[in-house]
Write a new protein. Structure first.
Length: 326
């Protein structure tokens, strides 16, 4: 099976899918986990678990011993945190720690999970990998991922053999603690969504994200690949989910001005109470501002062939049901 592959973020939706895809490809997987109990509950039994944290450089260096390939998928994807400094400590400083350890060890490949948020884009407009955003983005999460992306890019100039993968909104079989579209699908099925937020998002199935990462591993350092299948308005996503499970009525969409007012008021209360707002400003901003990412480069250069959202939705709902989340 060869040397182990070091995987960070294995208990998240992308990292978990990567662990399964790497093992299916006959690779040895060494997963850096903060909690052995959660790691054992989330990750395949064939994964070697090493206790550590990307924010602790010593534990990263120890986990890298004997590895020649790194898949760095660890990060905070939330849109609101009581302590926004966590975004920088984990997404930026954590990435820097993994990068520095990888450079010191002289690894052969560094596969980095970035995000579509680092690119220049505008609402409703198509965009590709050609132009990184030159200005800081709107949210703590986006800015931290922009800075982390720059950390990896700067390391490429120092000899890090890194490739960049840029997923859009990921859904599909994943650990229960992963936020995002899975939770929205589950709440729709449980009829816990009284009204929809305005806007939409580009989507991609988690297993296809993992496949794209593996296909890109041997590409030239500095290569970037968007992994996104198609863009869907939130109302169309809800309609598709309701059709699969037989719910006749789709929730109505909240007027944009109401959503903005509720989000602003909720953020103000959250700062006082330290509790998550009903509508995080970052979530609303993403839904209303994201453009349409194009994945032609991944399709053409990697032979990446993602499943459509309707094709991947039914197995996702079946998996959520089997997990008792519906």
């Amino acid at each position: 099976m060869g040397d182990p592959v070091l995987l960070t973020g294995g208990t998240g939706i992308v990292g978990n899918s990567l662990a399964q895809a790497l093992l299916a490809a006959g690779r040895r997987v060494r997963a850096l986990v903060r909690s052995p109990d959660r790691g054992r509950a989330c990750l395949p039994v064939d994964c070697e678990l090493v206790v550590g944290d990307v924010t602790e450089p010593g534990s990263v260096r120890a986990a890298l011993a004997g590895c020649r390939v790194v898949y760095h998928a660890a990060g905070l994807p939330e849109q609101w945190l009581r302590d926004p400094g966590l975004f920088h400590r984990i997404n930026v400083d954590g990435t820097r720690n993994v990068v520095d350890a990888a450079l010191a060890q002289g690894i052969q490949a560094f596969v980095y999970t970035s995000t579509i948020d680092v690119f220049a884009s505008a609402p409703g407009r198509e965009f590709d990998e050609s132009t990184l955003a030159s200005q800081p983005k709107e949210t703590h999460y986006q800015r931290s991922k922009q800075e982390a992306d720059r950390v990896v890019a700067a390391a490429c100039a120092r000899g890090l053999p890194a490739v960049f993968l840029h997923p859009s909104a990921v859904f599909g079989p994943a650990p229960a603690g992963s936020p995002g579209l899975n939770d929205f699908i589950a709440r729709l099925v449980r009829r816990e969504v009284p009204m929809l937020l305005p806007g939409g998002m580009p989507l991609v199935f988690c297993e296809d994200v993992a496949a794209g990462h593996l296909l890109a591993e041997t590409r030239a350092p500095g290569s970037r690949y968007i992994l996104s299948e198609s863009y869907w308005e939130l109302g169309a996503i809800a309609r598709a989910v309701c059709d699969v499970v037989g719910i006749p009525r789709v929730p109505r969409t909240l007027p944009a001005w109401v959503a903005v007012a509720v989000s602003g008021a909720g953020e103000a209360v959250s700062r006082l109470r330290g509790t998550p707002p009903l509508i995080p400003r970052g979530q609303l901003h993403f839904l209303r501002s994201v453009g349409r990412p194009l994945a032609q480069r991944a399709r053409a250069e990697l032979g990446w062939a993602p499943r459509t959202f309707p094709e991947a939705l039914r197995p996702t709902i079946e998996w959520l049901a089997a997990q008792g989340r519906l």
